[in-house]
Write a protein that binds this ligand. Structure first.
Ligand code: SF4
Length: 215
């Protein structure tokens, strides 16, 4: 636990047999993909930590950068750019030169799960990395959970009770240590295509989050 890189699982992390098997199968069919736990992106000095669900098969699992390469990043990165939490431009590839500013992005589960659905056991297995991630961020002020699974992972990682901190889009939870847990629906293709999450709704959340993380 004291290892400085404990917030990053090893490339061969074998704690989730089903996900290891899926990684190996993807390695055979897509040898050009990253096909390993996806490291967090952004500086550890960040004030904002964005927590997603898990890498997408042809997104982060392919590119090796969270929310990069499939639909997942098309709302998130332009929103971060618009609020001064990133600079450069987002071109859906890890060599696009985009840099995060006062922000870091990770996933509750670091390996791609079949059908985008990690099991509760997989979420639990990966949680120590999220605990270590937050512990490695000395200036962390606000955590933005994208979706219920990410929200629950963060609440559990903080050792808090889910019943006291219910997930809701737009919820703004003051934590006992003074930090904030903000919730949004996940910026997935499904949620944006169905209108469950509109760009205006996401922008409203980012505006509040950026006010805490900025300056
Ligand atoms: Fe390890 Fe997390 Fe991948 Fe499970 S999901 S194998 S705990 S890195």
């Amino acid at each position: 636990p004291d290892h400085p890189a404990h917030h990053q699982p090893g490339a061969a992390c074998a704690l989730c047999p089903r996900l290891v098997d899926y990684r190996q199968r993807n390695r055979a069919t897509h040898p050009d993909f990253h096909n390993a736990p996806v490291p967090a992106f952004g500086p550890l000095s960040a004030r904002l930590l964005v927590v997603g669900l898990a890498p997408g098969l042809k997104g982060a699992n392919a590119s090796g950068r969270p929310f990069t390469g499939d639909h997942a990043g098309t709302l998130l990165y332009p929103s971060l750019l618009a609020h001064g939490l990133a600079r450069g431009s987002y071109a859906a590839r890890p060599d696009d030169g985009l840099e995060l500013v006062r922000a870091r992005i990770t996933n509750a589960v670091r390996c791609v799960p079949p059908a985008n659905k990690p099991t509760p056991a997989e979420a639990a297995a990966c949680r120590p990395f999220l605990v270590a991630e937050m512990a490695a961020m000395p200036d962390l002020r606000v955590i933005l959970a994208l979706g219920r699974v990410a929200h629950e992972a963060v609440v559990r990682a903080l050792g808090l009770k889910l019943a006291a901190l219910p997930f809701a889009h737009g919820a703004w939870h003051g934590l006992p240590d003074g930090r904030i847990l903000a919730d949004s629906y996940h910026c997935s293709r499904y949620n944006t295509n169905t209108g469950r999450l509109t760009p205006a709704m996401f922008d409203a959340v980012l505006t509040k989050v950026a006010a805490v993380a900025g300056g």
